[in-house]
Design a binder for this molecule. Structure first.
Ligand code: SF4
Length: 684
């Protein structure tokens, strides 16, 4: 349509995993100037502040528009041919000298499915390594592993639209108002319109807690104890769903043995929560009758992230609150296409559709299809790249649009590692912190300039269309990778994103029925096995799990405290997270005036009692210090954190929370413990 001579395009918001449909308007100078929500699923016309105003970065004159090559420590402008030739040559040399596993490749949750499919194919078929990963490692790697183990699929079970059918909404470790704002609106609406009950569990007194019937403020990293305590109450009160457990699960006995040790006195002591609250949360959730669970990084970003996810699955399984309308588990996926980047195989252990690289039959299928011998060993995770580079095991990284030098835990250590690399190539839209130390930088199109698909948090595949004409010298991310691959001797030629999607369909049973033609009419939720299939709204419907005998697995999980617990030297628990107005390493939102004006600098939230004891006033400069490093930020005295807990947002490279965080990894998911480490606070 047209408004004031502005031309509009229907596309998908490029920020978070809600995947809101948005109409973007451009003016006659090709600048994006306005956004409006589209009245269809999943957002039904709604947008949050980032969707409404956050497009401005695309117009920025700081956008990269020419390839750069570093010479004697400084960048010089280069032609595409030079930059591609140089990159191909360096990668081939490093592969020859140290072997393919000395190279790491990064996909991106902000790039399309097609971009990510191509970059994982590049890693595997061209370089010859499974060292391909992306930032899902830092957000829902625990979900992919945990729900995968328990239910047979590591994805959200129910659509966003199903929120309105839940009688009880159990939100744990998710500051939904700030991280998935449109979903938070649906949660609040369900409460207001239908009187649905809301249980919120979070170490911070977040916005959603103000709407909660029951608010549990537990210590960071005590989720397993809390959930075990709730399950013990459910078992002791005879509120389990015996029939569901018998017919659709295995392993319940294993859980019962563990729960014996989780009486409420013990759980209350570990979590710092009143017994009565835990009891009433348990009974309310179990009684439903329809109960849904929502969680995010508060659950996943721990060295016990997988255990936390398994406990969530246990809770839903023993009460039978799964596989039905209004009953399920929705891990809210973080970035716009983090679900999709996982689905198309930008992970070190799986190809598209979670087909394992270690499964010989699967590997053979891809070898025949790609006409190349493929590596059979699971690759390194991005959370290991820093250490591996420092140890000299990783010599080169090819990054498609991620910014690990801001986002990795214990980031100084990671930076040291990346600086030791013999070669680093980065594709991006801005000269990010990671691009600044690269040897080659390629200018890429922004999501609002691309054709392709994104997959949102509810497995919904949606079409992306360019809302403005890109600069003539920038390219699609997939196109850049294909040019490097071709130069390296493995020709990769596609005429457009649709041709890539067709290849994805051919090798991925769960996407077979999804075509661009169908997507032009309507989005579709995978699995969608054939072209007459309507897509799958609810996973595991009727308790039919994608595991042996169709039974879900219940696993008894013991509580383990965070790796670093407070002591005299570092007496506080530091927890980190996102805020509404910014996004990840802030390369985009810092270039959006409205968003930047709301929160232009980092801060540390301190409970009033702790602040008084330290003689700190609101707005004072304070030093936040951990065993890894320190930052100076303004103090924000706030009732949000529990006494003994402080919060720092992770968006600001200028005062980076990840200088403080600990790279203690979950042994299975290899996700760092961003949500809990010990810190000290000093007034300066
Ligand atoms: Fe964009 Fe997420 Fe906001 Fe929707 S909720 S407008 S997808 S940032």
């Amino acid at each position: 349509g047209k408004i004031f001579n502005f031309e509009s395009t229907d596309t998908i918001c490029a920020y978070c995993g809600v995947g809101c449909n948005v109409e973007l308007y451009k003016d006659k100078n090709n600048n994006l100037v306005m956004a409006r929500g589209i009245d269809k699923e999943p957002n039904n016309g709604r947008l949050c502040v980032k969707g409404r105003y956050g497009y401005e970065y695309v117009n920025s004159n700081e956008r990269l528009t020419t390839p750069l090559i570093k010479e004697n420590g400084v960048f010089r402008e280069a032609t595409w041919e030079e930059a591609i030739d140089y990159t191909a040559k360096r990668l081939l040399e490093i592969k020859e000298k140290y072997g393919p596993d000395a190279i790491g490749v990064l996909g991106s949750a902000r790039c399309t499915n097609e971009d990510n499919y191509i970059v994982q194919k590049f890693a595997r078929a061209v370089i010859g390594t499974n060292n391909i990963d992306h930032c899902a490692r830092l957000c829902h790697a625990s979900t992919v592993a945990g729900l995968g183990k328990a239910l047979g699929a590591g994805a959200a079970t129910n659509p966003i639209d199903d929120i309105k059918n839940a009688d009880v909404m159990f939100v744990i470790g998710s500051n939904t108002t700030e991280t998935h704002p449109v979903i938070a609106q649906f949660i609040k609406e369900n409460k207001k319109k239908r009187g649905a009950k809301l249980i919120v569990c979070d170490p911070r007194n977040i916005d959603l807690a103000q709407y909660a019937d029951i608010f549990i403020q537990h210590y960071p990293g005590t989720d397993v104890a809390l959930l075990n305590g709730m399950m013990k109450v459910i078992v002791d009160n005879g509120l389990i769903d015996k029939e569901f457990i018998e017919n659709h699960t295995e392993g319940f006995e294993d859980l019962l043995k563990v729960l014996k040790n989780y009486d409420l006195d013990k759980v209350s002591k570990i979590t710092g929560v009143d017994k009565k609250l835990i009891e009433s949360a348990a009974i309310t959730y179990a009684k439903g009758p329809n109960s849904m669970i929502f969680y995010t990084m508060g659950i996943t970003q721990h060295h016990v992230g997988v255990d936390n996810v398994l406990s969530i699955a246990n809770l839903a399984l023993i009460t039978g609150h799964i596989g039905k309308v209004g009953n399920g588990i929705d891990p809210l996926r973080g970035q716009a296409n983090v679900q999709g980047a996982c689905d198309v195989g930008a992970l070190p252990d799986v190809y598209t559709g979670y087909q394992k690289v270690t499964d010989e039959t699967v590997r053979k299928k891809f070898e025949e299809f790609w006409k190349v011998k493929l590596p059979d060993k699971v690759g390194y995770a991005v959370s290991q790249f820093g250490d591996l580079a420092l140890d000299g095991k990783l010599k080169a990284v090819y990054a498609m649009g991620e910014n690990p030098l801001v986002t990795e835990a214990d980031v100084r250590h990671v930076k040291e590692g990346f600086e030791k690399l013999e070669f680093l190539a980065v594709q991006d839209i801005f000269l990010s912190e990671t691009a600044q130390i690269a040897d080659v930088v390629f200018p890429a199109k922004a999501a609002y300039e691309k054709f392709g698909t994104f997959t949102n948090t509810e497995r919904r595949v949606q079409l992306l269309k360019p809302a403005r004409t890109p600069h003539p010298n920038v390219k699609d991310d997939w196109e850049i990778v294909c040019e490097v691959a071709t130069k390296m001797g493995y020709p990769m030629h596609y005429k457009d994103a649709e041709e890539i999607w067709e290849e994805i369909r051919e090798v991925t049973p769960s996407f077979k029925g999804i075509t661009y033609k169908r997507l032009k009419e309507n989005s579709l939720q995978w699995p969608c096995p054939d072209i007459t299939h309507p897509g799958t709204k609810i996973l595991h419907y009727g308790g039919n799990f994608k595991r042996p005998n169709s039974k879900a697995l219940i696993t008894g999980v013991e509580f383990e405290p965070p790796v670093e617990i407070p002591d005299n030297e570092y007496p506080f628990v530091l927890t980190t997270g996102r805020i509404l107005f910014h996004y990840h390493s802030r390369n985009e939102t810092r270039r959006v005036k409205v968003l930047e004006s709301f929160v232009p600098e980092n801060f540390v939230e301190i409970n009033p009692e702790d602040a008084e004891a330290l003689n700190i006033k609101d707005g004072d400069n304070v030093k936040v210090k951990t065993r890894r490093g320190e930052i100076v930020v303004k103090a924000k005295i706030s009732q949000k954190p529990k006494k003994g807990v402080v919060f720092v947002s992770f968006h600001f490279s200028e005062a980076n929370a990840n200088i403080l965080t600990i790279n203690a990894l979950d042994p299975v998911a290899r996700i760092p413990e961003y949500k809990a480490c010990a810190c000290a606070i000093e007034k300066i």
